[in-house]
Every structure is written in structure tokens, then in C-alpha cells.
Design a protein around this ligand. Structure first.
Ligand SMILES: [Zn+2]
Ligand SMILES: [Zn+2]
Length: 339
């Protein structure tokens, strides 16, 4: 029996699931952000301003969908001051319903961009409003409140956040890990979380993965330091409607990329079959130290590969790397999904 995880028959929509406008610390207005992403071949944009839950549905078009959400954070200092030497937690909250603008665990020290008194007065607030606390139990309580209020919660830029892995392993209720982040990678040069993702999958954390720009657009788009159009997510859905895209995200029908595209991932008769855009190598990580890979002959490229299924491996995931070193990363597919 054939199990298809990424099908050539299903449309793929290019998404930036992490961006900041001038409603928080970004430079461009929400409309300018929507315009540049639409003009650059994207179908989906989530404007995730810091502690600023906001629907931008008025900017959606037939061929371009705005997702509602925001980025929440928890720091070690109760006054929320930035400390480059201390870890912090950043979470993207994606509203399952387009008009959901609920604020989770409102706190004055954090919600500094919400300055409009009318907006504040009308804010729907969920979760404890005691001072935020950098502890595993508080973060789990925060995620639980967000889930209860109708949000999918992702864990953002793990390298930049500098949290101990053991803490990340103990978080519950996350739906996806941000694999690549253009903005933080521009500053630290090492924002890729493949190893962390394997460790989470080995601990049976059923997390998906995605990537985003986290763009603030302080530099022009033509500047090499521009933080737009580097990392993205391809979402596979039947149509570009809010419910279909959220359902696809919720069920892991998406993959992360900084360049290559994955056209097919299927399992049949003990073989994993992959089809992709031209690649220099295709890796099938199975949570072991001997993950097989197939490399193109020098000067040539690959557009498909087959790997044998490992009957012992708890999962597999696929990484496609092109000649420039750009990667597409699938989510982990657990054995119970294909056997
Ligand atoms: Zn962040
Ligand atoms: Zn951000």
C-alpha cells in the first residue's frame, strides 16, 4: 500500500509565517509587507508583531491570504528588559479562526506596542496576568492558555533563544519548530535546528517544522542584509482559504525551506520515494548516526531518490540540499503513519 505525505497532485502555497510590521518593531506597514510578499511569489503571510494580536484580513486577496497571529515572548527579567546573555522564549501564535485577536497572559511590561486605549479596552484577554516567569511550568501554562484560546503555537528561532535543550524537551502543546529564520540567521549565522528537531522526534515529540523570515526590513530589499525572502514554508492544501490552510498546518501538511522544493514524499513496499527540484544531495534522516544520503555526480543534479525503510527507526525525515547549500526540510514521519 502506498502512503503519500507530499503529493504532486496537491497545490503548494509559499508562506512567510513570521514577519514584523511597524505595529511593533518592523519598518514597513502591514500593507507594504503584504504587497512585497505577494509581488515576490508568496501566497500566504502571517504578520506576527510582538505582543500584538491582529487580523489583517482586509489585505487578503483571492491569490493572497493573511494569517492572524502574533509573537509572544517570555524573558528572565520580570520587567521584560532585553539581556543578550540570558535565554528567552519566543512563540508564534497562529489563530485557527481569522478574526481571533485574543491576547494571552496580558502583561504591561511586555505589551508596550499596544498603545491605543480603545484597542486595549476591547482586547479579549485569556490566561493568567501575574508577572511572567521564566520557568518551564509558566511557559507550559502560557502555551496551554494559547491553545485553549484557539491558537497553534510554534517554537521560534531556538539558536537565538539560547534555551537549554532539556527545557525545550519539556514544553508541551507546541505544534511546530521553526527550522530556519532569515532574520536571526543574518545576526548569528547559525540559525538551523536540524539536530534539535531530531532530538525532539527521538523523544516522540510530534512536532512539525516550518521556516520564516522574521523580517523587520530595517535594510532595503536590495541590500544583502535584507531579512526578506530567505526562509519560507510550503503549505500543501486543497485551496487558499483560511480553513484549508490552517487544517494543513495543523496536520503537518507543510515543509520548511530556504530554496529547494519537495514535489513528492511517499512510502511504498518498504521504500521511501522522493521527488524534488534539482538538488546536490538528498538525505533521509532516521534518528540514527548513519542517516543515508544520495549525492549528485559533480556537475549534475538529482531530482529524485529512493531509500529503504528502516523497520526499527521510529521516524524518517527528508532534507534536500541544492548546489548553493540551501535546504528543504520535511517534518518527521513516524512509523505508525506509514506502516
Ligand atoms: Zn522572536
Ligand atoms: Zn520575530
Amino acid at each position: 500500500m502506498k502512503t503519500t505525505f507530499i503529493s504532486q497532485d496537491q497545490p503548494q502555497y509559499r508562506a512567510n509565517l513570521h514577519s514584523h510590521s511597524n505595529l511593533s518593531d518592523g519598518k514597513l506597514s502591514p500593507k507594504e509587507l503584504a504587497d512585497i510578499y505577494r509581488q515576490n511569489g508568496y501566497s500566504i503571510l502571517a504578520i506576527t508583531d510582538h505582543e500584538y494580536p491582529k487580523s489583517h484580513s482586509e489585505l487578503s486577496r483571492e491569490d493572497f491570504l493573511l494569517l492572524t497571529g502574533y509573537e509572544a515572548y517570555i524573558r528572565t527579567h520580570t520587567d521584560a528588559r532585553f539581556d543578550a546573555y540570558a535565554p528567552e522564549v519566543h512563540l508564534n501564535l497562529f489563530a485557527k479562526e481569522q478574526d481571533n485577536e485574543t491576547m494571552i497572559c496580558f502583561n504591561e511590561a511586555y505589551c508596550k506596542y499596544l498603545t491605543d486605549p480603545v484597542q486595549r479596552k476591547n482586547l479579549r484577554r485569556v490566561g493568567s496576568e501575574r508577572p511572567r516567569e521564566y520557568s518551564t511550568s509558566y511557559v507550559n501554562e502560557f502555551i496551554e492558555s494559547a491553545n485553549r484560546a484557539g491558537y497553534l503555537v510554534s517554537y521560534n528561532h531556538p539558536v537565538w533563544s539560547m534555551e537549554d535543550e532539556e527545557r525545550i524537551f519539556s514544553y508541551e502543546g507546541l505544534f511546530s519548530l521553526e527550522m530556519d529564520n532569515t532574520g536571526t540567521n543574518r545576526s548569528n549565522g547559525m540559525e538551523y535546528s536540524g539536530h534539535l528537531y531530531d532530538k525532539l522526534l527521538l523523544r516522540r515529540k510530534h512536532l512539525f517544522c516550518h521556516s520564516g523570515d522574521d523580517n523587520h526590513n530595517k535594510n532595503p530589499l536590495t541590500c544583502p542584509r535584507s531579512d526578506s525572502f530567505g526562509s519560507f514554508t510550503m503549505i500543501l492544501a486543497n485551496s487558499l482559504t483560511y480553513p484549508d490552510i490552517i487544517r494543513a498546518m495543523e496536520t503537518g501538511s507543510m515543509y520548511a525551506s530556504t530554496g529547494p522544493l519537495i514535489h513528492e514524499i511517499s512510502v511504498c513496499d518498504g521504500r521511501i520515494h522522493i521527488e524534488c527540484s534539482p538538488a546536490a544531495q538528498i538525505i533521509c534522516s532516521k534518528g540514527t548516526r548513519v542517516s543515508p544520503r544520495i549525492r549528485a555526480i559533480k556537475g549534475d543534479s538529482l531530482t529524485c531518490a529512493d531509500f529503504s525503510l528502516d523497520p526499527i527507526a521510529p521516524y524518517f525525515r527528508v532534507v534536500v540540499v541544492d548546489e548553493q547549500g540551501h535546504r528543504a526540510t520535511s517534518r518527521g514521519y513516524f512509523r505508525e503513519e506509514y506502516s
